[in-house]
Write a protein that binds this ligand. Sequence first.
Ligand SMILES: C[S@@+](CC[C@H](N)C(=O)[O-])C[C@H]1O[C@@H](n2cnc3c(N)ncnc32)[C@H](O)[C@@H]1O
Length: 476
Amino acid sequence: MDHLPVFLDISGRLVVVDGGQTVAARRVERALSAGAIVASFDPKPGGELTALFGHKNLTHQARVPESSDFEGCAVAYGASEDAVRDKLLANAARQAGALCNVADVPEYCDFITPSVVERDPITIAISTGGAAPVIARNLRARIEAMLPEGYGRLAAYAAGFRDRIAAAIPDGRGRRRFWEDMIEGQAGDLFLAGFEDDATAQISAGLEAAGNAAPLTGEAWLVGAGPGDPDLLTFKALRLMQHADIVLYDRLIGPGILELSRRDAERINVGKSAGSHAMGQDEITALIIKLAKDGNRVLRLKGGDPFIFGRGGEELEEVAVAGIPVQVVPGITAAAGCGACAGIPLTHRDHAQSVAFVTAHGAGGVLDHDWTKLARPGQTLVVYMGLGSLGAIATSALAQGVRANLPVAVIDNGSRLNQTVVTATLETIEGEAGAADLGGPALIIMGDVVTMRDKLNVDGIREQQVSLGLDAREGL
Ligand SMILES: C[S@@+](CC[C@H](N)C(=O)[O-])C[C@H]1O[C@@H](n2cnc3c(N)ncnc32)[C@H](O)[C@@H]1O
């Protein structure tokens, strides 16, 4: 071990951050969350940094820092990617007695910024001594799921290739991708299985090929994030989230999920852009295509499953036509996730032999379905995007002749810690849901299966799990 692991109490102390882009924004975020007073500097701050402006402990100045800015400074971060600024920052910070860290410049680093797994109040910090940051990130992803053996040895082994890889692949993004392909790929597997010579041969062959390689090709990944509980992500979703250069997300992505993506990946909220308006579907698709054509691995994170009322089909079509390699990762759709978490089985031998998923909204507004067919005996009906038109749906279904005592459930924020479930009948559901003041997203389930909820006591089981500390979402 060549570094001393400590957790610094930075609360109320000054942290200076020089830089305006993604890395700087992450440093500012972390320092603020630890209670520091943060002064950031950059003539042209980017969107991720400006999004933090307004925090009571953050001041930003649109210039580079001067020596006097470091008075009383405890920690200084250089993230400008400008060699002259880096040098000035390191000198001034050290003169002021501050600890200094400049991204990717080891001689200006008094400490390393670790990869962090947070389960508040527990923090797991991971470092490879600066040798191979991509390994640390990788390890973090695996710890999120489970702790494998042998990763420390792999990190030390990989560090032996650092100089060769840096010389063969000067571009930072290409270098990271090479590390990921090798360490996440066959070479890492071979090493962990005890075949070090074979792993070395694999890396050497990869390095030779990298010398003659064409420019980086981008990819687009449409990834289902499930209904909100981070534990309901698939392993594949988590793995791709750790590899993406850019993550596009919207308001359907539950709290705690976005944080599982690679820490220095750029995150773009397409549900609410800088000008505070939601981007249209065409704009989102065009953005994915542009970013992928620039050589990025672009991950579009979708609530639930991308192909169930997620417009994934449209995105996929256009991106594929643009010649960009695409992967689609299924997610747990709201019907399955909400049903399970609310104790409502979607099918049941005694109650429902089929299930139908419909949306309340089509391209032209609220849809008026044939409710007697959809809510017929022996079938469960799941309505997506129906909370705002719950009254209209119930009125129309009753007028068409659906029985007034049909059991109906509305599940708000299903699978999340703030999940609320309202059960009633077709006749009374509007009033009951209105009284519960639900905020959405919410799903409507109609059919006799709703009566199973009382028998399954799922709420009781959830409460027990949370109080026993078994809820893995704690601290996310
Ligand atoms: C645009 S659709 C997306 C559906 C998503 N692709 C899926 O497979 O779940 C959004 C609707 O999904 C439902 N939904 C998504 N997440 C939910 C959640 N956590 N709880 C309840 N309903 C949810 C709501 O009906 C919401 O209006």
